[in-house]
Design a protein around this ligand. Sequence first.
Ligand SMILES: Cc1cc2nc3c(=O)[nH]c(=O)nc-3n(C[C@H](O)[C@H](O)[C@H](O)COP(=O)(O)OP(=O)(O)OC[C@H]3O[C@@H](n4cnc5c(N)ncnc54)[C@H](O)[C@@H]3O)c2cc1C
Length: 303
Amino acid sequence: MSLFDTLVRTTLPVTPRWVVHFVARRYVAGTTLEEAVATVQRLAAEGCCATIDVLGESVTSRELAAAAVASYQQVLEAIRQHSLDANISLKPTQMGLAIDEEFCRANIAAIIEQAAAQGTFVRIDMEDASTTDATLRIYRQLIARYPGSTGVVLQARLRRTLADAAQLASEGANVRLCKGIYLEPRRIAYCERDIIRSNFVHVLRVLLEGGSTVGIATHDEWLVCESLALLQRLGLPANRYEFQMLLGVDPELRRIITAGGHRLRVYVPFGTHWYPYSVRRLRENPTIARAGLEALLRGRLEP
Ligand SMILES: Cc1cc2nc3c(=O)[nH]c(=O)nc-3n(C[C@H](O)[C@H](O)[C@H](O)COP(=O)(O)OP(=O)(O)OC[C@H]3O[C@@H](n4cnc5c(N)ncnc54)[C@H](O)[C@@H]3O)c2cc1C
């Protein structure tokens, strides 16, 4: 870990909120649904589709989980009303996973029920490794009830992911593949960048060859290059994959990918819980803070 990364980690607890806000503000659409809708419309004008995330996680009360469900129902209504080219992404711990798995599943089911009725897809994000089994269990129960309406996320960082990918591909799952933001112990996770990259490519091949539809979620141009070569080799139709990127990260790469004729979905988080989200990103992956500051200096952040 570089000196900069160590510095970010150790100073984070005392970093003023405005600094966190400054580094992270480009990654969040705003605090209101209206701001999220405006961002999705702006992205659509650029030729991108979106996935909308209501910021929040690790809820410890049933009331907060219910409030998150209500927020997502409003998002779905806005997608319908404005005919947005967007789906939604949600986190199991925001839906009450830490309280009770059945409660969490019922909350996600209520959202998928409304989403399925209007033809909107629901992505269940993947959180830290302590939640992987429960998240996959919930996903499998819900996909059986709402075929085609939901999908899950795999993290190339985890050693188990290659096996999970083979299983999910055989089930025809819609999978977002990312490196994984949660830093996990070496016992269960690859810790070196090159190994994670390599596993990303292995997992992508297993998913695509096995029949999954894949969201290729990365800003790593080496991985984009490898993915494009694999897609070309396999000759898969355009509806079997899309690229996915986070709002505020490398819009130039975004434009390069869409100019190549590939579908690109931007992850658009919004809401009042921006602070914990931003702190978590900086703490769990200081490289992102470094990238954010470097991009800021190079003028690569969005205007
Ligand atoms: C759409 C989407 C959904 C995701 N969902 C999940 C999920 O459900 N669970 C999960 O664990 N993780 C999720 N992630 C995060 C993911 O796991 C990685 O932590 C994140 O994408 C960084 O990895 P990378 O592949 O972009 O490679 P990196 O090596 O981190 O980044 C590659 C390059 O991209 C640029 N870059 C990356 N991040 C930033 C930044 N913040 N600001 C400026 N430049 C940057 C830099 O130039 C960097 O060198 C998601 C990512 C995306 C894009």
